[in-house]
Design a binder for this molecule. Sequence first.
Ligand code: PMT
Length: 422
Amino acid sequence: MLNGKRILLIVAGGIAAFKSLELIRRLRERGASVRCVITAAGAQFVTPLSLQALSEDRVYSDMFSLTDESEMGHIELSREADLLVVAPATANILARMAAGLADDLAATVVLATDKPVLAAPAMNVRMWTHAATVANVETLKKRGVTFVGPNDGAMACNEHGPGRMSEPEEIVAAIEGMLTAERPPFEKPPFEKPLTGKRAVVTSGPTREAIDPVRYISNHSSGKQGHAIASALARLGAEVTLVSGPVAIADPTGLRTVHVESADQMLAACLAAGTVDIAVCAAAVADWKAAHPAASKIKKKAGSEPPALELAPNPDILATLSNLGAKPGAKRPALVVGFAAETENLVANAIDKRKRKGCDWILANDVSAAAGTFGGEHNTVHLISAAGVEDWPTLAKGDVASRLADRIALHFSRPPKAEAAE
Ligand code: PMT
């Protein structure tokens, strides 16, 4: 939920601007308030009146409007929001943002803001892949702008490829990912970074195991828990590689995200991250994959039986990382943390899983439909270590992440013998 959050939505000039109307609706359904700024080009695609009707607020467009400035100065406009969202983010506005231009109200508020910025690019595929846009996006990412999309697919200009603006639900998920993680106490001054110098790898989201080029095996993991853990470790100073399966939420800032699809790719990306001190496996990895994925779409033949699906086991990433030290040249992370997703005998099964996989800690969570853990905002976990079981209260996933990151920092701040007493 986004109760009480204030979004400043900047609508630039692209055909995808019509999706911004739906975005306003979705954000307001979740309790956020939306105030809109529209560029001159944006107003060619959607009317300020539509934005005003849906946001139930004034729409700002003119930098030199005395009425606008007396009601709400452009600096105030850029700062009183919790988050700025540029959707659609056209090649033009991205270029202006990268160059630091302030040649209209939209560019000025982005330049003047001290709040996080999310951009949802939308443009022709050739414009998106043009070296100028690629460089502008890189520049903006380095400066902390978060991107959602673009998606691949057919475009209004009859071309096909990356450039379609993300769907409103995907943008909302990205906004929720950016706004719902609680700011833990250690972020308040003086900023403590107890994990500085430590390297971490975190897995998150589901894996997708291809059956043929159009079908796959997967699960309902949203990546919210894993992404929040990666962010919390990075906030404490760790150098984090997040290995993410396909999710609809935005890449966290302040760390490196590697996108993968299958369990095999996820394991390879974890190993490619090199020697790490901390591994947290929060991904919901498919236990099985199709033994023989078809190279072309399996055809449905009238009157014939459905094809049999032969499964093969996937590599166990958590067990592999936990037992890395067994291979010469490969160093086991000093602390390996897994999750146990259980629907029955939660703690007993998790205790058994910790031993079988060889990890140090395991966080048991109930993933029965009633618990709403998959995709939900909250999680109720039990931390299981050699020292025993610790029951945590139901917390927002951001708070579970902060608490876990704090525990990890504490673990590294103590001499090794203290672990047994934890
Ligand atoms: O993504 P969200 O919607 O926020 O939901 C969070 C979550 C429920 C996905 C998360 O909290 C969670 O429980 N992740 C682990 C899910 C899972 O696969 O549990 P498992 O009990 O099947 O696996 C145990 C552990 O082994 C996990 O750490 C898993 O990452 C790991 N594993 C499992 C299979 C496999 N082939 N390789 C693995 O590394």
